[in-house]
Design a binder for this molecule. Sequence first.
Ligand code: IMP
Ligand code: MG
Length: 177
Amino acid sequence: MGSQPKLCILFSRQEIDATVSRLAAEISQSYGDKHPLMLGILKGSFMFLADLVRRLDFPLEVDFIGLSSYGKDKQSSGKIKVTQPLRSPIKNKEVLVIEDIVDTGRTTAFLLDYLRQQKPASLKLCALTDKPARRQVPVPIDYLGFTVPDKFLVGYGLDWDEKYRNLPDLYIIEDKD
Ligand code: IMP
Ligand code: MG
């Protein structure tokens, strides 16, 4: 048995709360009369999406799409697959993609491309966190929560090897290997 990973808090639940409120206000300004589709990327965005939409006081829809991403090795494979498709067509919809983290950008760039081919009325991106130090593919983030350091994060929906998603705060995980 290796040693237990160490968790260091990066953003508390109070800081997350304030940031989600700020994002909700920004999104309300642009989408209040548009009946948008809030499209969460599984699984990492589930908590962020749930907190965000309960602060939006206008008609909207929610859907999820599943993409293959990191396994236990934490390396972006480069090849991305849709593992859970959309439930209904997005043609002519105002789509706002909700991401947990933009790291290399490969997953998000693939997804935006994939969605754009389905001819939504508009397509924008809201990301809880952005790790710019690791970017390999440029990704325009329209609504951003936090810029984060080049560390592996867990909590508030984000996992390491499927663990820690349930933590209400965001942590840097160390000594995990
Ligand atoms: P990308 O394709 O490298 O941008 O990574 C996309 C996916 O990798 C994200 O949606 C996350 O699921 C996962 N990921 C990247 N960095 C982290 C991290 O620090 N903690 C947990 N998951 C991460
Ligand atoms: Mg993940």
